[in-house]
Structures are given as C-alpha cells and as structure tokens.
Design a protein around this ligand. Structure first.
Ligand SMILES: [Fe+2]
Ligand SMILES: [Fe+2]
Length: 207
C-alpha cells in the first residue's frame, strides 16, 4: 500500500489504519532532528539582544551542563524557548508540550512556567507586566526549581562572551531523550533531580 484510499476518516479500514500507524511511528523517529533543525531557525529570529535565540538556548544548556545537571535538565534548558518560533505569547507552554512525553514532570513544569518566573527580572520596567507574576505559583512543588532554573540558566544566558558549547554538542542528548518511549512513567515520574551536581560538574571538566 502506498497510500490509503479513503477521503473521509470514517471510511478507513483496519488495514489502512494499521498502515498509517506504522507510518506515524516511523515519522516520530525524526522528531529530534526536526527539533534541532527548528533550533537553528531560532538563529534567524528577531532579537535586539546581544546574542541570538539559538545562542541563548545553547548558552542555557551549556550552563546546565557545566552545573552537572542531568540530561533531562540539559535538554529542557536547550529547548525551553523553542516556542518562540510559533507561539510568541505562550512559548513556555508550547515548549513544555513538546517535552512532556519525554522528560520528567519536574522539568516539564519548569519549562511550562518559566515565562512567569522570568518576569522577576524585567517586569518592573514595562507597563502592564507583573514583576511578581511567579507568585501565583508559590506553594507549587517545583516553585524553587523553576526559580533556580531561571536564575542560573535562563536570565544569565544573554552573554556574547560566554564560552557557549555548539548545538552539535547537545544533539546526541536531544536524540536520546526523544528516542525514549513516550509517556513512560519511568521517565515522566522519575525522581526529581537537583539542578546542580558538583561532582558531575567536576567530572565534566569545570567545577
Ligand atoms: Fe522563555
Ligand atoms: Fe530563555
């Protein structure tokens, strides 16, 4: 079968839907590379900052890596702003939706809410913005993690002089994460991990 015969979904047969499912599974194997490709497009986005959005993303991931953070954190840091491309008004939710089947809940939550937490650093300068928007999440299980995520990796990562690792360094990690079984409770419900692991940081060459 090269393609299905139906033109309305209700007319499809079991064989056709099995054929389509096999196709979809095949397609999902390319998710990691499509995301890496999209990250490259972040380089073309309008900026005004001293570094591009790709530079910012790679720098956030580099800081996570050098803090000794685990792969879920590093990949989440790398992809946390990928929603800027298509969802400028809820880029955090967009990125979290992409990550949700493949990283633990702790990381998903922090990516999903980081936009509110980031306002701490600039909300006071802009009309209509609430510097303390993150307070609506006070008491949430991952409040402190998200505050640290933003403080250590996000708001710091606009420095053109920082020694940022290239996207290619992180590509194998992205492929590993998106090759996981989606929604595997062993992944999504895995125990929380600290953002900084001094021993791992030391082993990676920078203490
Ligand atoms: Fe962001
Ligand atoms: Fe960011």
């Amino acid at each position: 079968m090269e393609h299905v015969n139906f033109t309305q979904m209700k007319d499809g047969t079991k064989e056709e839907y099995e054929f389509l499912t096999a196709h979809e599974i095949d397609y999902t194997k390319g998710t990691a590379d499509r995301l890496l490709h999209a990250l490259e497009h972040l380089d073309e986005g309008l900026s005004g900052y001293q570094i591009t959005r790709l530079g910012h993303s790679a720098q956030a991931a580099t800081r996570a890596w050098r803090d000794g953070a685990d792969i879920d954190w590093v990949v989440s840091a790398l992809l946390h702003d990928i929603g800027d491309i298509f969802a400028p008004y809820n880029h955090d939710e967009y990125a979290a939706t992409i990550l949700k089947p493949f990283v633990r809940e702790q990381c998903r939550w922090c990516v999903e809410t980081h936009g509110d937490f980031q306002m701490l650093y600039y909300g006071q300068h802009l009309e209509g913005f609430d510097q303390n928007k993150r307070e609506r999440h006070r008491g949430a299980k991952y409040f402190d993690d998200c505050a640290e995520f933003c403080d250590r990796w996000d708001q710091t990562s606009f420095d053109p002089d920082y020694d940022t690792l290239p996207l290619s360094f992180f590509a194998p990690m992205v492929r590993d994460v998106f090759a996981r079984k989606p929604y595997d409770p062993e992944v999504t419900q895995a125990p929380d991990q600290p953002l900084t692991v001094p021993q791992a940081a030391a082993e990676r060459g920078i203490a």
